[in-house]
Design a protein around this ligand. Structure first.
Ligand code: AMP
Ligand code: MN
Ligand code: MN
Ligand code: MN
Length: 285
């Protein structure tokens, strides 16, 4: 069993990269990918664990994109995370995220929610600050009853204090990933889009701009949804990927590998991805 989607303290998870590599070993995974949001920051520490653990550690990222007016996340798996061009691109994104975070703080303060920049940064263990960290401060100061409430009333995509940062076009994200030797995979289709959204048409379009797969295994998919995405991947000749989207204590009830308990991403997904990587040759001798 494999898990190709997880987060550490370098974005909005609560576990260190080392702890996650060790946990993957302890629960007997064949592979684990670390895919923090818009950062490569945890990958050196994660990959340094490789000789000490049995599962294959896969360097990854989850890039924030905008597609048809909504947020779409794209995973880059098997990236060369030391690629200077990729590092520079991610760094520029980080500056834009920082500016948007400051604007969100102003919007909250304008609504008489007196949280400070220091409180928000104190919530984040590294310099990548996301709305998850805002949500925690809002709960702590009593402006929201729960993180869910904070997103629903204030900072969710449709909330009054949300400020988008310039997210990537899917073609751009897929290009960044593939130029760094990675495999481009759309994360959790079906989430963040309206019911009845035509994923069949969307995936065909996204395939045209360079995506190579999408998640067909995800903790909160029901059997019907999983079947739909598996069939769609087959029909479009795209790889059906999957993972737990583990965030440690920030997403209670989601465990590495098994998600809510019944997630099971088969090992063969990994083999298919490895064949797609640049420079792959079938050894015939
Ligand atoms: P950001 O990248 O800073 O815009 O924050 C996006 C992150 O916020 C996502 O990766 C989720 O972890 C979290 N998030 C977004 N919308 C919601 C929601 N409605 N409920 C809970 N968490 C959310
Ligand atoms: Mn997240
Ligand atoms: Mn995501
Ligand atoms: Mn994720």
């Amino acid at each position: 069993m494999i898990d190709l989607h997880s987060h550490s303290i370098f974005s909005d998870g609560t576990d260190t990269p080392e702890a996650m590599a060790q946990a993957a070993h302890a629960c007997g995974l064949t592979a684990l990918a670390l895919t923090d949001h818009d950062t490569l920051g945890g990958l050196d520490r994660f990959m340094a664990q490789q000789p000490a653990v049995a599962p294959l550690l896969v360097p990854g990222i989850e890039l924030s994109c905008r597609f048809m007016g909504r947020s779409l996340h794209m995973l880059g798996l098997f990236l060369d995370y030391r690629d200077p061009v990729l590092i520079e691109r991610i760094q520029r994104m980080r500056v834009q995220r920082l500016e948007r975070n400051r604007m969100m703080l102003e919007r909250l303060r304008a609504r008489a929610i007196p949280i400070t920049w220091e409180e928000v940064t104190a919530e984040a263990p590294t310099d990548l600050i996301s709305r998850t960290h805002f949500a925690r401060v809002l709960v702590r100061c009593g402006a929201a009853g729960s993180a869910k409430d904070a997103f629903q009333r204030l900072i969710g995509d449709d909330g009054p204090c949300y400020v988008p940062f310039p997210e990537l076009a899917p073609a751009e994200a897929a290009g960044w990933i593939r130029q760094a030797g990675g495999v481009a995979v759309v994360a959790h289709p079906g989430r963040g889009f309206p019911r009845g959204f035509r994923w069949d048409q969307a995936m065909l379009e996204l395939k045209g701009v360079g995506i190579q797969g999408f998640e067909a295994y995800y903790p909160d998919y029901g059997p019907v949804e999983q079947r739909y995405f598996l069939d769609l991947a087959k029909a479009l000749d795209l790889i059906p990927s999957g993972g737990s989207d583990y965030h440690g204590g920030h997403k209670p009830g989601i465990a590495l590998g098994v998600g809510g308990g019944s997630l099971a991403v088969p090992d063969e997904v990994l083999a298919r991805m490895q064949k797609l990587r640049p420079g792959y040759t079938d050894s015939v001798c």
